[in-house]
Every structure is written in structure tokens, then in C-alpha cells.
Ligand binder design. Structure first.
Ligand code: AMP
Length: 170
């Protein structure tokens, strides 16, 4: 099974010039979904216990939760501005098609905890970099950033000061 067959390209979404990588065909196929989660969990370092997996709203929640289950780790949602109910730490950032703010609960991570960041797509790296900075601000240690896919030509990994792994590369 080739997971690339389950990624659908949507030209000019959400705006002209962006080739949107739609993961819904992958999510809706049980075997592809399990294979993707197993592969991402298998990429995690075996010598470091991951305490928490961070999933980035919204597409990072799905596989992020599955990876956390496989690693025996907790799951933490990083959400768009105004969605989390308790006290938050915020970070604004630029992405391939706009500007946004992400937030994490101030008590989500205990100082020194080992963190894995997960999202569906690494594009320019602005989103993951903002999350990386949020985690550092609340005292976590980022062990790895993992993605279903990486758009290599945008060099997003250069913004991240931690190992980056992806199942698919474009
Ligand atoms: P970036 O901050 O540029 O790395 O963008 C990453 C975030 O935007 C991720 O949360 C993705 O879900 C989304 N994203 C950016 N570019 C694309 C794309 N071409 N296809 C699908 N999602 C994308």
C-alpha cells in the first residue's frame, strides 16, 4: 500500500496558487490510517520516553491522538486563538496562506517533559515553529517534530531546532 495514493491534490485551495494536500482520503481508509499512525509512531526515538504528543488544530488532532495512544503518552491540543477555555500562552505566526495565532494551556506541560509535535503538513514551517516556541516557553523539551507530509521545497524544517520526520515528501 502506497500512502501517497491517499493524498488528494486540490489546486487553488484555499486561495489561488496553493496546491492543497487533502488528507481526507487517507483518514477515511482504515488500512491507510493505521499504516500512517504506525509509521509515525515507529519513527519516534526508542531511547527517549515521550511524555506528551502535541497535535496542532485541527488536522493534527487525528493522527496526533493515534500516535499518543501508541506511545503511551498524553495528548495536548494546540488551538487557534480563543478556543481553549483556561489560561493560555499565545504565539502569532505566518503560514503559507495567511497569518494566525496559536494557543496552549499554561499548565499543559510540566517543565522538562519530553514532547513530540505532530501536524499533517509541514509547509513553510511557521506553524510548527510557533508551536515549538510555545512549548519552550512553558518548559517542555521538543524531542521530534513529525508530519504526515513535508513540502520539501519550502524548507520548513530549517525553522525547527529538533529532528523532523515525515511519511511523505513532496
Ligand atoms: P506552514 O506554517 O506554512 O508550515 O503550514 C502548515 C499548516 O498549514 C499545517 O497546519 C497545514 O495543515 C496547513 N497547510 C499549509 N500548506 C498546506 C498545503 N499545501 N496543503 C494542506 N495543508 C497545508
Amino acid at each position: 500500500m502506497n500512502l501517497q495514493d491517499f493524498i488528494r491534490d486540490i489546486p487553488d485551495f484555499p486561495k489561488a496558487g496553493v496546491l492543497f494536500k487533502d488528507i481526507t482520503p487517507l483518514l477515511s481508509n482504515h488500512e491507510a490510517l493505521i499504516k500512517c499512525a504506525d509509521t509515525l509512531a515507529g519513527y519516534c526515538p526508542s531511547d527517549i520516553k515521550i511524555d506528551k504528543v502535541i497535535g496542532i488544530e485541527a488536522r493534527g488532532f487525528i493522527l496526533g491522538g493515534m500516535i499518543a495512544e501508541r506511545l503511551g503518552a498524553g495528548f495536548i491540543p494546540v488551538r487557534k486563538k480563543g478556543k481553549l477555555p483556561y489560561e493560555v500562552v499565545s504565539k502569532s505566526y505566518g503560514l503559507e496562506y495567511g497569518q494566525d495565532t496559536l494557543e496552549i494551556h499554561i499548565d499543559a506541560i510540566k517543565p522538562g517533559e519530553h514532547i513530540l509535535i505532530h501536524d499533517d503538513v509541514l509547509a513553510t514551517g511557521g506553524t510548527a515553529q510557533a508551536v515549538y516556541q510555545l512549548i519552550e516557553e512553558v518548559g517542555g523539551i521538543v524531542v521530534q517534530c513529525n508530519f504526515i507530509m513535508e513540502l520539501d521545497f519550502l524548507n520548513g524544517r530549517d525553522k525547527l531546532n529538533a529532528p523532523v520526520v515525515s511519511v511523505l515528501n513532496y
